[in-house]
Ligand binder design. Structure first.
Ligand code: EPU
Length: 419
């Protein structure tokens, strides 16, 4: 077991380089199963969800060569089984992308019920509806999902809710289907676009990703033989933007797509921070106490739920009373109890939390209840007076590469300690 020990307060200052996006990488890796060939993936974040994805691909028959810490070459010419290791697939959420990919590649797949952060109910009915509309049969039982299709045929699929996972999964299943598939009310997140760009680079014919109607014209084969670089992580960039504001710091955040961060920039400006946009980098600073703001999380281009806890730290320290309305996940306020241990005054009920801003937080032992909660607690520990211990690091390591090295490089006094 490990914990992070942080001594604050430290205004974070300096430059930080953003890695490739976790939520794009964990979809692109399964997407390589659709390729009857070899491809190279660059800018892959070195995080545990990526490692587990690679392990599953190898168990299915893929051959992976690590060129550098962030670049692999993957040969998916010989995929010889349709059974994934159930213990591995149930370890993280994105294992559900094996279903769309393997339906396309082999017409059959068995995976463990996806795990991941406990954010409330995480149904997959829209994924299943999509697979069935393409001609697959899907059964769920005993913690296992089994899907089979003799052939997949394109169809028009209307999504009842905007779902990142279902949009990507249906896109994966449709790439090698016969005819045209249309996904209506599709998710528009940057990682949805990135998966489509990856598949198109490998030979697919997907149009409209990034809008709410995606059209996939089925092709016979994906050839690969190409190198693809994963899009910079919108959420990692937003995490450091908010860390700059919460700690009254000054950061140059490099290797990001600033357009993807518009909703965060708008809120930082609203609370009194400054954001300078250089196209592929952002200069974010705030030398005073932030002011209050209200937030409602929404699908892209709205304010992302995956930055709600980090924004919560800013509002916990803000001058005045703020309200966050979480519209995606019903249990994403667990971190507020941890912040309250540090002296925050937050009342959370259902999907709403009221933040009575306090001037300072004080260090305390806290528990990372999920991935983004963990990032928020590191920010809080850096802003707080005294020593904060963050426990349950396995959540954080699933999604942030070298998090403590990165925070240390911009001034944080942070150490990982074995307990
Ligand atoms: N939903 C359904 N039925 C479905 C699918 C989703 O009702 O079949 C509901 C969910 O319960 C939720 C909403 O639709 O209320 C949106 O869920 P979505 O499917 O978009 O979420 P996801 O694909 O499971 C991804 C990210 C999450 C991120 C959400 C929302 C990955 C691996 N995970 O989850 O990331 O919060 O989109 O943007 O891409 C994180 O990185 O910390 C994280 C939790």
């Amino acid at each position: 077991m490990e914990k992070l020990v942080i001594k604050g307060p430290t205004p974070l200052k300096g430059e930080i380089k953003i890695n490739g996006a976790k939520n794009a990488a964990v979809a692109i890796l399964p997407a390589t199963l659709l390729i009857d060939g070899i491809c190279t993936l660059d800018n892959l974040p070195h995080i545990s969800d990526v490692m587990i994805s690679c392990e599953i691909l190898e168990k299915l028959g893929a051959k992976i060569t690590w060129n550098t810490k962030n670049c692999i070459t993957i040969d998916t010419r010989h995929i010889d089984t349709t059974q994934t290791p159930l213990d591995l697939t149930s370890k993280f959420r994105a294992s559900y992308y094996m279903i769309g990919s393997m339906l396309g590649r082999k017409g059959e797949i068995e995976v463990g019920m996806p795990g991941g952060c406990q954010l409330g109910a995480r149904p997959i009915d829209q994924h299943i509806k999509g697979f069935e509309m393409l001609g697959a049969t899907v059964s769920v039982g005993n913690g296992v999902i089994y899907a089979k299709a003799d052939s997949l045929v394109g169809n028009s699929i209307y999504m009842d809710i905007v779902s990142v996972g279902a949009t990507i999964n249906i896109m994966l299943a449709a790439v090698l289907a016969k005819g045209t598939t249309t996904i209506d009310n599709a998710a528009k997140e940057p990682h949805v676009v990135d998966v489509a760009n990856f598949l198109n680079a490998m030979g697919a014919d997907i149009r409209g990703a990034g809008t709410d109607i995606i059209k996939i014209n089925g092709v016979d084969r994906l050839n690969g033989n190409s190198t693809y670089s994963v899009v910079p992580d919108q959420i990692e960039a937003g995490t450091f933007m908010l860390a700059a504001v919460a700690t009254k710091g000054d950061l140059l955040i490099k290797n990001c797509i600033t357009k993807h961060l518009d909703s965060i920039t708008a809120k930082i400006v609203e609370v009194g921070g400054i954001v300078e946009d250089f196209g592929d980098s952002l200069h974010v600073y705030c030398n005073h106490r932030p002011s209050k703001a209200n937030i409602k999380t929404l699908p892209y281009p709205g304010f992302p739920t995956d930055l709600q806890p980090q924004m919560g730290v800013v509002l916990a320290l803000a001058d005045g009373t703020s309200i966050i309305n979480e519209s995606i996940w019903e249990s994403r306020f667990q971190y507020t109890q941890e912040l309250n241990k540090m002296g925050a005054q937050i009342t959370a009920q259902g999907k709403t939390a009221i933040f009575e801003g306090v001037e300072t937080l004080s260090g305390s032992p806290v528990c990372s209840t999920d991935l983004r909660a963990g990032a928020a607690l590191i920010i809080a520990g850096t802003a707080a007076n005294g020593v904060t211990e963050v426990h349950n690091l396995e959540h954080i390591d699933r999604g942030y590469e070298d998090i403590e090295e990165k925070f240390r490089s911009i001034g944080a006094q942070i150490n990982r300690i074995k307990t």
